[in-house]
Design a protein around this ligand. Structure first.
Ligand SMILES: [Zn+2]
Length: 118
């Protein structure tokens, strides 16, 4: 019988996640590790915050920003807006990574958080 690790209320989503609270594992990786992806704020039409949380290190989040594009042409205004959104996303990411690192440090999971950044 195969058991699938699930997250519980003890493993809440990061406060920026916009998915249904307690959403389950959604990926099985080549090394058989299981994870769930969190999705958060958008910065403009092309940038979305995400993170992957593994069941063997619950609560360890390494947020990153995904770029979505449909090969859209950008005029000067569109390009300037994209640049502004990219700067906003970078500033947000820096703050959230610091918060996530401090949270792991406070709960004795600094090693797991550091490993997730490699
Ligand atoms: Zn989530």
């Amino acid at each position: 019988m195969t058991t699938t690790a699930q997250f519980t209320v003890d493993n809440p989503c990061p406060d920026w996640c916009t998915l249904e609270p307690g959403h389950p594992v959604d990926s099985i990786h080549d090394d058989d590790r299981r994870s769930r992806g969190h999705s958060g704020p958008n910065f403009g039409a092309h940038l979305t915050v995400c993170s992957v949380e593994y069941t063997d290190v619950p609560g360890v989040h390494v947020p990153f920003v995904e770029l979505y594009s449909e090969s859209e042409d950008l005029d000067m205004v569109g390009l300037l807006l994209f640049a502004r959104h990219a700067l906003e996303a970078a500033a947000w990411l820096e703050i959230e990574r610091d918060k996530a690192g401090l949270a792991c440090l406070a709960t004795g999971r600094a090693d797991a958080w550091l490993a997730a950044h490699q």
